[in-house]
Design a protein around this ligand. Structure first.
Ligand SMILES: [Zn+2]
Length: 253
């Protein structure tokens, strides 16, 4: 029995509107037993909830993506925090949240991202849920904020930071998820080697980061990530698959 897990994807994207049922069926046929879909803003949080409701293997994560969070008024931010808080019993995690300095260069708008991220870290504590964190060229601040707030149950998805920063995350006990584009990314191959097996997870970030560049990614492709993790660790793929599944259960229940 296969036990593949995709701990981070975006099946709510329009790219899946025409064939979402088929994508889920292919995932099941490939042996995927759990998919965590991450919302990015209110509209996508609603869509994420609907998708998780419709498909038994999909679980919802509700969050605020930094580039969406920075557009909210203080009142809208309060409302989204309250919206997520009410869904404590439904969600697997708070996410996707974090900081993105790649697409945002303005300091005052970065400060708005930080404010929202701090609220989301606080919310994950209050709800006793893990945090699914995005960081792009903002790893130093992301790690500092998580450390300051004593965040323990953390998934750093598609972590692009330097090795020294990854090591800090490892020392803090946080988890890292590897996407299928490990096939073309020496960075992710290195990360899979660096992170201990007990802190590794698999994701797709579908529709992005597929094994073949510029093609739509989907949850069935987590197999590819498992194969490459097994190779990096010198493990049998079935053993890597089992260990990653155990890591998934430990972090997300
Ligand atoms: Zn994402």
């Amino acid at each position: 029995m296969s036990l593949f897990v995709d701990v981070h994807c975006h099946l709510e994207y329009d790219e899946f509107d025409a064939d979402r049922d088929a994508v889920i069926t292919r995932a099941k046929e490939a042996g995927v037993v759990a998919i965590l879909n991450a919302g990015l803003n209110h509209e996508r949080n609603l869509k994420t909830l609907a998708i998780a409701e419709r498909y038994d293997i999909v679980r919802a994560c509700l969050g605020l993506y930094p580039l969406d969070a920075q557009k909210l008024s203080p009142q809208e931010l309060d409302e989204e925090v309250a919206f997520i808080r009410k869904r404590r019993d439904t969600i697997a995690a708070v996410g996707e949240v974090g900081l993105d300095y790649h697409w945002e260069k303005d300091e005052s708008r970065r400060a708005l991202q930080k404010e929202a991220f701090a609220r989301m870290i606080e919310l994950s504590h209050a709800l006793r849920k893990p945090l699914v964190v995005h960081s792009r060229e903002a790893e130093v601040d992301v790690i500092a904020m998580l450390e300051e707030n004593g965040a323990k149950r953390v998934l750093l998805h598609c972590f692009g930071g330097a090795a020294a920063l990854a090591k800090r995350g490892i020392a803090n006990g946080w988890s890292f998820s590897i996407p299928p584009n490990i096939t073309v990314s020496s960075h992710f191959r290195k990360l899979a080697k660096t992170v201990p097996m007990s802190q590794l997870l698999t994701e797709t970030d579908a529709p992005f980061l597929g094994p073949v560049p510029k093609t739509r990614n989907e949850p069935a492709n987590v197999r590819v990530a498992i194969g490459r993790i097994a190779k990096a660790k010198g493990l049998d793929p079935a053993e890597a698959e089992r260990m990653v599944y155990m890591n998934y259960r430990k972090l997300f229940g």
